[in-house]
Design a protein around this ligand. Structure first.
Ligand code: URA
Length: 433
């Protein structure tokens, strides 16, 4: 086959063909496809075809770095040079009950580290930090650029929803991937995540790569490869980038659902958090604190625990919520709730995070499409975690509802309860930098 790749003769059909035949696309070809899609000269069906060829045949590291760079340049690049000090950004590839950012950000900010973060809304069975914050009445997730920078300078922390024009190429391509079965590609995920992080302007990037039934990445080898790619992209911008690979087979902590998760984050900030959530928060924060303050990991951990137990971390959270207009006194969860009881005695060996996430979405805690509205005060609160023993008729979880119903059988099917306790899975698999 003969291709015409360069100059005026370049066509999207040639580019699709080249990737279909496992070829390596040049930067010009990737640029032609991405920019053409953004200006509508390349159609949804053509871009879907190219994306599927990438899903099946992959991309080299060079192609992935070029794709990331082209996506970054498709929109605004946030200039944080007016913020004094080292700015940290954190991201998770998604999970169920994942409220890590709500603890991580104020905890580090209470120690003088700047957190300037743009977050997305939740989609599908995983939640989004913006929805969680918006469950606090009055909380404003849309600050002007000037207010965003001023707030970070004044109180070390600001958390807003992604600006409209941040990586528009990713916005358009991600929506298409979502409905064409082309989400699950490591180079596409790495470039999607990192384009938004690099365009957001932080100095240090830390990514929680979740792996397991409740996560986008289902196996550890893929999580390691994704982390390697993410770190490589970070290095190409000279931005220290760290990935921590964490288990998302069961939900993180006990609460799933926006206001319920904020409540659990508050307890964690007051030093009373669930052990799995606490372990991930402390690991992420100690890596950052150790690097910024040039202290050992042990020293960093001691400082962080002290900050949770002496009230300083929670004080920073209150200050941050108030600065963005939120009123914590009005944080409320639905008054309509009931218990799901175990139908047998035994050890809990599995709690299916993905299925519980789907059920939480179904009762209104999440959305299927980006413009769906959600109920902030509904969700699920586990009473037991994997490894716990449960008696027949003992409570497994509470369901907080509003006007949508839920099937008790569907909930019970999320649990695997046996006579014998299976070995406990690891919570943190690896740190890659
Ligand atoms: N999160 C993103 O931002 N992009 C992906 O492709 C997957 C998860």
């Amino acid at each position: 086959m003969c291709y015409n790749y360069n100059g005026d003769g370049m066509t999207i059909l040639d580019i699709i063909d080249k990737k279909r035949l496992k070829g390596e696309l040049t930067r010009d070809e990737i640029e032609f496809a991405i920019n053409g899609y953004l200006n509508n000269s390349i159609k949804d069906y053509q871009m879907s075809s190219l994306l599927m060829a990438i899903v099946l045949n992959g991309m080299t590291d060079r192609e992935t770095v070029d794709l990331t760079d082209i996506m970054i340049k498709s929109g605004d690049i946030i200039d944080l040079s007016n913020v004094d000090g080292i700015i940290v950004d954190k991201h998770s590839t998604g999970g169920v009950g994942d409220k890590v950012t709500l603890v991580f950000a104020p905890l580090l900010a209470s120690l003088g580290i700047k957190i300037a973060k743009m977050s997305g809304k939740g989609l599908g069975h995983t939640g989004g930090t913006i929805d969680k914050l918006e469950s606090i009445e009055g909380f404003n997730t849309k600050l002007s650029k000037e207010d965003f920078v001023n707030q970070v300078n004044n109180i070390n922390i600001a958390l807003v929803s992604q600006s409209e024009n941040l990586v528009p190429a990713d916005k358009k391509i991600y929506s298409l991937r979502d409905v064409t079965g082309t989400v699950e590609s490591l180079p596409l995920i790495a470039s999607s995540v990192m384009s938004k992080k690099i365009a957001s302007g932080a100095d240090i990037i830390i990514i929680d790569v979740t792996v397991g039934t409740g996560a986008l990445i289902k196996n550890l080898d893929d999580a390691r490869e994704l982390s390697r790619l993410i770190v490589k992209i970070g290095k190409s911008y000279r931005k220290p980038t760290i990935c921590i690979i964490t288990n998302m087979d069961e939900p993180l902590g006990y609460a799933i659902g926006n206001a319920l998760e904020v409540k659990e984050a508050i307890e964690t900030l007051k030093g009373n958090g669930p052990s799995d959530l606490l372990e991930i928060v402390i690991t992420l924060c100690s890596i950052i604190l150790g690097a910024v303050k040039k202290i050992s990991n042990e020293e960093a951990k001691n400082i962080l625990f002290k900050q949770l137990n002496n009230g300083e971390a929670y004080k920073k959270f209150e200050e941050f919520v108030k600065a963005q207009g939120g009123d914590l006194k009005k944080l409320k969860v639905s008054g309509k709730f009931f218990s799901i009881k175990s139908d047998r005695n035994g050890y809990i060996n599995k709690i299916n995070a993905q299925k519980l996430g789907e059920i939480a979405k179904q009762i209104g805690a999440g959305r299927s499409e980006l413009n769906d509205s959600i109920d902030y005060d509904v969700g699920l609160v586990l009473s037991k975690k994997v490894g716990d023993y449960v008696e027949k008729e003992e409570e497994l979880l509470k369901v907080y509802l509003k006007n949508k119903d839920v099937s008790i059988n569907d909930l019970l099917e999320c649990y695997e309860i046996d006579d014998e306790l299976k070995p406990m899975p690891k919570l943190i698999f690896d740190v890659i930098k």
